[in-house]
Design a protein around this ligand. Sequence first.
Ligand SMILES: Nc1ncnc2c1ncn2[C@@H]1O[C@H](COP(=O)(O)OP(=O)(O)OP(=O)(O)O)[C@@H](O)[C@H]1O
Ligand SMILES: [Mg+2]
Length: 213
Amino acid sequence: MNDTTRGKFITLEGIDGAGKSSHVAWIVDFLRARGKTIVSTREPGGTPLGEKLRESLLSEAMHAETETLLMFAARREHIAQRIYPALERGDWVVCDRFSDASHAYQGGGKMLDRRRLSVLEQWVHGEGSSQPCEPDLTLLFDVPCEVARQRIALAGRHLDRFEQEEAQFHDRVRHAYLDRAQKFPGRFRVLDGEASLDAVRAQLEKILVDFGA
Ligand SMILES: Nc1ncnc2c1ncn2[C@@H]1O[C@H](COP(=O)(O)OP(=O)(O)OP(=O)(O)O)[C@@H](O)[C@H]1O
Ligand SMILES: [Mg+2]
């Protein structure tokens, strides 16, 4: 893949209710208005097989390692079928959650061995190949767990298997995300997700322009 024509890979991360999905359409419109061709997708999911796995992952009880392996299996398919070909065409990819979510939920939340997660990540991202599939920009929507919980309650929607976890679980997930942001400052941008929707958009606009969108 030629680096000058390769598209950019943008991921959105944050705990449940942080505001990721609320901003996806705006980000896509903003980038399209600036002449980019966009593939908008999400995890788990993004392919027909991935969406089937998503249904199980969000509703069926399973061992934490089974959950992790299925997440990465869905991701392998997603990269192979959609993300990598899009980037290769020069399209930009906007993805609602990616591997940082596995580090945050399965690593932080479920306290799985981080080294195992890294092995799976390197395998599935194609590390060691000429062009591994790594995000170029990761937007972390950071909010206190209590705020996120209240938003979800206000929206009154059905809670999936992860959203039903206890408060301490979400706190561990939030802090695992913040640890990732510290570890990879080059690609992470942390947004104050507690701000109003308009204020979050203003933060996003500045980040995207600085990024070269
Ligand atoms: N900045 C904000 N101020 C007020 N309410 C917000 C803000 N951002 C999102 N919300 C509301 O919070 C709720 C959760 O937001 P959203 O669905 O975007 O979160 P999410 O990060 O995609 O969560 P999940 O991981 O569960 O999909 C929605 O009802 C949304 O309208
Ligand atoms: Mg969402």
